[in-house]
Write a protein that binds this ligand. Structure first.
Ligand SMILES: [Zn+2]
Length: 124
């Protein structure tokens, strides 16, 4: 199943927030959606944020679509998936695939619940 960027963001928002934005800095849910981009302005601490802040997806140069494709592949065989195999399966170069595998292995320790939820959604 392929999703576009918007779909991925919407899905992540659903999983992390249950649809209601929550500030990653002060945990306030008093937020105003920003126009023209999928970010929110926090009315409590006056910062802006998107759903990826505080997750493995924050500040990576890889598209969310690619991450979503990689997650089930890497989670199902974290020790045995090769860089070459992942690169081929999701259409990225080897450097990117190598980075993604390392990042996902780290996230499996730090954010197991989020990854698990994403895998379950992928299998629906
Ligand atoms: Zn805030």
């Amino acid at each position: 199943m392929t999703r576009n960027h918007e779909d991925c963001i919407a899905l992540l928002e659903q999983i992390r927030w249950g649809g209601k934005p929550k500030c990653p800095y002060c945990e306030s849910t008093n937020a105003t959606p920003m126009k023209n981009q999928r970010r929110y302005h926090c009315n409590t601490c006056f910062t802006s944020y998107s759903v990826t802040v505080g997750t493995l997806f924050h500040k990576t140069y890889v598209d969310l679509e690619k991450w979503f494709l990689a997650i089930p592949l890497v989670l199902n065989s974290p020790e045995s998936i090769s860089v070459r195999q992942l690169a081929k399966e999701i259409g990225v170069n080897k450097n990117t695939a190598c980075y993604m595998i390392a990042r996902l292995r780290k996230a499996m320790i730090e954010e197991p619940k989020l990854l698990q939820a994403l895998v379950e959604v992928e299998q629906l």
